[in-house]
Design a protein around this ligand. Structure first.
Ligand code: F6P
Length: 320
């Protein structure tokens, strides 16, 4: 019987994590399950930083960005000795199962705990939308809105000055955020990690569009592909058009979650408790075609590289 559980958020924070914690706590309360909140992810788990959560401690957080439990990237958790400390700390507190909210790194930690026979459930919380087994991760939709708003602003000034603007977008190795933001923001050029980057080809395409009469352009590019500041200089040199690069950075991770993320987080939090009640452990939750589902975390990690939506690529190519 599951009587007491713990919840933690780990890795990069994302808007909607608080809504997920709230849902877990409230659903647990309605099923007579006690909830412990772990501070600062797996690090806090090993440092024994735990707080009691109840229906009141999660009041007024559904609309707040970030995670009130705190988060961390804690590489040492991949050390078995470290995980043994974590399990010992949870057992001492009488914790029967752990729910983790985060991305692939967070899932990897939960999978290791599951292999050590500690019951875990994963909820996908990351702006990157790069987790296998779900159409959307918690936080992705909010980040997308933030990025599109930023692109709109860049478009205003780049149009006034007849400049080329490069906007660097987060996503780690996943082009989902960039592709969707570029379509919504009407960007003229899209560079994502899933399609081999060729600087010469990009410059050729920009020159061609300038010849056709384009006065300004916005290039949407996923982070880690190249140095966008240097690229701006190269484009300026070849096109004789003033070019500026903007790195949106961590602005993309903050802010109040949009309604979609709040609802998704609430659904997933609720579903996670139901999985635990059915004694389904080592699972991660997803939404597929508007239906909440689950997979083995192990399986999700094996196919870690989520496939990019090809239809969106075709669409983007037809819009210019
Ligand atoms: O995984 C979310 C994310 O924001 C990525 O898009 C980005 O590459 C990374 O985290 C940044 O990490 P940090 O906040 O540790 O700099």
């Amino acid at each position: 019987m599951i009587k007491k559980i713990a919840v933690l958020t780990s890795g990069g924070d994302s808007p909607g994590m608080n809504a997920a914690i709230r849902s877990i706590v409230r659903t647990s309360y309605n099923n007579k399950i006690k909830v412990i909140g772990i501070l600062n992810g797996y690090l806090g788990l090993c440092e024994n930083k735990m707080i009691n959560l109840n229906i009141n401690t999660v009041s007024n957080i559904i609309n707040k960005g970030g995670t009130f439990l705190g988060t961390a990237r804690y590489i040492d958790f991949f050390n078995k000795k470290t995980r043994k400390i974590a399990i010992k700390n949870m057992k001492k507190k009488g914790i029967d199962a752990l729910i983790v909210i985060g991305g692939n790194g967070t899932y990897a930690g939960a999978n290791e705990l599951h292999k050590m026979n500690f019951p875990c459930i994963g909820i996908p919380g990351t702006i990157d939308n790069d987790v296998f087994g779900t159409d959307y991760t918690i936080g992705y939709s909010t980040a997308l809105e933030t990025i599109v708003e930023s692109i709109d602003r860049l478009r205003d000034t780049s149009s006034s000055h007849q400049r080329i603007s490069i906007v660097e977008i987060m996503g780690r190795n996943c082009g989902d955020l960039t592709l969707s933001a570029a379509i919504a923001g009407g960007c003229e050029f899209i560079v994502i990690p899933e399609i081999k980057y060729n600087e010469k080809k990009l410059i050729k395409k920009i020159k061609k569009s300038l010849k056709k009469g384009k006065k300004h352009a916005v290039i949407a590019m996923t982070e880690h592909i190249c140095d966008v500041k240097k690229l701006a200089k190269i484009i300026e040199f070849h096109t004789k058009k003033e070019t500026r690069a903007t790195i949106l950075g961590h602005i993309q991770r903050g802010g109040a979650p949009v309604a979609f993320d709040r609802i998704l987080a609430s659904k997933m939090g609720f579903f996670s408790i139901n999985l635990l009640l059915k004694r389904k452990f080592g699972k991660c939750i997803g939404i597929k075609n508007d239906k909440i589902t689950y997979h083995d975390i192990n399986h999700a990690l094996k196919f870690m590289k989520k496939k990019l939506n090809k239809k969106l690529i075709i669409l983007s190519k037809n819009l210019y």
